[in-house]
Design a protein around this ligand. Structure first.
Ligand code: S3P
Length: 444
């Protein structure tokens, strides 16, 4: 999946945002729904699947390894699985595009199958560290030949049967946790992951939903997740809730653009993902949860967001894992708050689709916002609700969340904010700009 030609965008300032929208399906849950369905014998059906480029990369890779995957209607897909242990040798390299989640989770799946796969990706993905999954998967018996620095392109030869391990996560990463658990699915015995800091738990929830034997224990060491291998997964009907990481853009946009009143429908509110909501409320945001319910085993609500004055805060470090993807847009909220916001404790931001600390510092500074960079975050002095100066150009570095976060910043700017390339939004939020036009009253 090579990167298409860049699409620059000059953000039009919004008078106010109003209306109801439904954000696309959760990216993390969509990847996992395809992967586990591909390992169940028989037909699973997924509704609300995110049809972003990252998830399509997962679908293509699973097809290349033997799963039957078909799109029936928008967001509605059927998957005919091959069974745990049934993945086939792919004929060519697996192109992961921009997607770290596809890469790391699929490496886990391949690690305990008797197949060899080559993983490739775009410039952003090829700069990201893979050592964090190579280390535990090698301990399970996989052989990995990576590019210098433990990066893509890499070739992984799985071992079957693999060796069960107990692995304590050295970084708070749901991708590493999931890679080990997925490798454990086809490994005899019990594979165990210890996470000192809890991260998103979609893998554990969904593995249990598909019938795998998964045990989660809270201990003095942290959360211990054990999976009993050589599992048999039963096909499922899955409804994917809306992505809180996509809803995040509208939560901030409606808060900072005066006069706004927006309802975001069907937002997943799993506590391991809801940190931004907590942080924004601490800053003074007006966000009401309406019609709280359960969708696909995950808590969900509609969120009504009205414009509100924000005050700077020190973001509690323990919120970081539950809002790790939302820091770029939180930095934008901070740019409109009264006083200083200190958002630190998130050094993982350095190794996302871009170095999000450096990228957001440069993007905000170019648009007249006062920012101090720290190794593990940013401090930002906000306008107190006034428009930011704007007038600068944002380098997105192939990072969807930089593109969309700085678009939100540009909605309340004195001079236009220009984004060098908004095409990366297609990885996670293909209709972001259509929904923006609708909410700003510009829809045809
Ligand atoms: C994800 C985990 C997080 C997150 C990413 C999706 C997942 O990454 O940033 O967007 O689906 O497991 P890390 O595991 O690197 O923290």
């Amino acid at each position: 999946m090579s990167h298409a030609s860049p699409a620059p965008f000059r953000v039009p300032a919004a008078r106010c945002l109003s209306g109801r929208i439904r954000v696309p399906g959760d990216k993390s849950i969509s990847h996992r729904a395809l992967m586990l369905s591909a390992l169940a014998v028989g037909e699973s059906r997924v509704e609300g699947l995110l049809e972003g480029e990252d998830v399509l990369a997962t679908a293509a890779a699973l097809r290349a390894m033997g799963a039957g995957i078909e799109r029936m209607a928008e967001g509605c897909w059927t998957i005919n699985g091959v069974g745990v242990s049934g993945l086939l040798q792919p004929a060519g390299a697996l192109d992961m595009g921009n997607s770290g989640t596809s890469t790391r989770l699929l490496m886990g799946l391949v690690a305990s199958h008797p197949i060899t796969a080559t993983f490739t990706g775009d410039a952003s993905l090829s700069a990201r560290p893979m050592e964090r999954v190579i280390t535990p998967l090698s301990r399970m018996g996989a052989e990995v030949t990576a590019s210098p620095g433990g990066r893509l392109p890499l070739m992984l030869r799985g071992l079957c049967p693999a060796v069960p391990i107990e692995y304590e996560l050295p970084v708070a990463s749901a991708q590493v946790k999931s890679a080990v658990l997925l490798a454990g699915l086809n490994t005899p015995g019990v594979t165990r992951v210890i996470e000192p800091v809890p991260t998103r738990d979609h893998s554990e929830r969904m593995l249990a939903g598909f019938g795998a034997e998964v045990l989660v224990e809270e201990t003095s060491q942290g959360r211990v997740i054990s999976i009993t291998g050589e599992a048999e997964l039963r096909p499922q009907q899955i409804t994917v809730p809306g992505d809180p990481s996509s809803a995040a853009f509208w939560m901030v946009a409606a808060t900072v653009v005066p006069g706004s009143d927006v309802v975001i429908e069907n937002v997943g509110l799993n506590p391991t993902r809801a940190g931004l909501l907590t942080a924004l409320r601490m800053m003074g945001a007006d966000i009401a949860e309406v019609d709280t319910r359960t969708v696909g085993g995950e808590p969900v609500a509609d969120l009504r967001v009205r414009h509100a004055a924000l005050s700077g805060i020190t973001v509690p470090h323990d919120l970081a894992p539950s809002m790790i993807d939302e820091y770029p847009v939180l930095f934008v909220a901070a740019a409109f708050a009264a006083g200083r916001t200190v958002a630190r404790g998130a050094d993982e931001l350095r190794v996302k689709e871009s170095d999000r600390i450096a990228a957001m510092r440069a993007a905000l500074e170019a648009n007249g916002v006062a920012v101090t960079e720290h190794e593990d975050g940013l401090s930002i002095d906000g306008t107190g609700g006034e428009a930011i100066p704007g007038g600068g150009t944002v380098q997105t570095h192939l990072d969807h969340r930089i593109a969309m976060s700085m678009t939100v910043a540009g909605l309340h700017a004195r001079r236009p904010v220009t984004i060098d390339d908004v095409s990366p939004a297609r990885t996670s939020y293909p209709n972001f700009f259509d929904q923006l036009s609708y909410l700003s009253g510009e829809a045809a």
